[in-house]
Design a protein around this ligand. Sequence first.
Ligand SMILES: NC(=O)c1ccc[n+]([C@@H]2O[C@H](COP(=O)([O-])OP(=O)(O)OC[C@H]3O[C@@H](n4cnc5c(N)ncnc54)[C@H](O)[C@@H]3O)[C@@H](O)[C@H]2O)c1
Length: 324
Amino acid sequence: MKPSVILYKALPDNLYQKLEEHFAVIQVANLKPETVEQHAEAFANAQGLLGSSETVDTALLEKMPKLRATSTISVGYDNFDVDALNARKIALMHTPTVLTETVADTMMALVLSSARRIVEVAERVKAGEWTKGIGPDWFGIDVHHKTLGIVGMGRIGLALAQRAHFGFGMPVLYNARRHHPEAEERFNARYCDLDTLLQEADFVCLVLPLTDETHHLIGAEQFAKMKNSAVFINAGRGPVVDEQALIEALKTGQIHAAGLDVFEQEPLDKDSPLLSLPNVVALPHIGSATHETRYNMAACAVDNLIDALNGKVDKNCVNPQAIG
Ligand SMILES: NC(=O)c1ccc[n+]([C@@H]2O[C@H](COP(=O)([O-])OP(=O)(O)OC[C@H]3O[C@@H](n4cnc5c(N)ncnc54)[C@H](O)[C@@H]3O)[C@@H](O)[C@H]2O)c1
């Protein structure tokens, strides 16, 4: 008999079929308690779990006593209780690498659109305000040859450094938990402590995972250290930044502008002050959201679940040591 798996995200037809070749698939809309209640038997029998974005905590795991592997269609996995998975030797698979270049593109788009006010001025053109030659109230600030600071020099940070260095002639500073010789050799990136990066960078770009250590890593004290001309970019996870402090820094001119793909609460509240500030570009968490990349992530997650339920956790497994 094929192992049962719960799928909580829509998949392209061919990937759904592939999953069905290996498993008995039960598709559900989400992982909310009422959904779990409604499909209690399916959850009780499931050995695998595949989807994205929803919270996987001890309460859910208790409903899934046979679970052996979870596969998330994302690289970030802060929505999983990893300690609880480890305690039960449940594999957690994710999709690094396939989305790296696309997220770096999104970050560069945020850098450019925040500095050059692309969204704001395009809206003014659409509103019919371009009635004569433009003046300084339409101007932005330069990107090329400015200093780009990357907080979190991992896969995506490296791809961003490549774009900044080769594409825009930007000196690159970075802060991470360890030195990154590849970034230093290929992109002439300079390692520095966080305070130095905040003080020296014209663009402060965050692409960090959300952990206990990174929660609210950037708050009032950190914004105070940035240049008044600094542009702040966050494409990692919203709660890495104290959003109230960010709003204050933007309102008071402590920093120049922000480009944000992630927020403390998602979807962002329609009454958030961030949405009425002209110096903010706010995106709906689209870092990896292209047709090609989202397909590749889903395909990777399907392969990951097949591998994990066959005992293969040498690739794309977050917790191989816990599986034993
Ligand atoms: N906006 C989006 O749609 C989107 C898409 C993909 C990934 N992400 C986020 O980006 C994160 C990074 O992805 P990645 O593939 O580059 O991961 P990665 O693991 O390759 O890189 C993470 C980097 O952060 C560093 N880091 C971790 N904790 C730190 C700390 N306390 N201080 C300084 N540096 C620290 C690590 O050393 C590493 O260099 C993901 O965890 C995810 O949360 C967002």
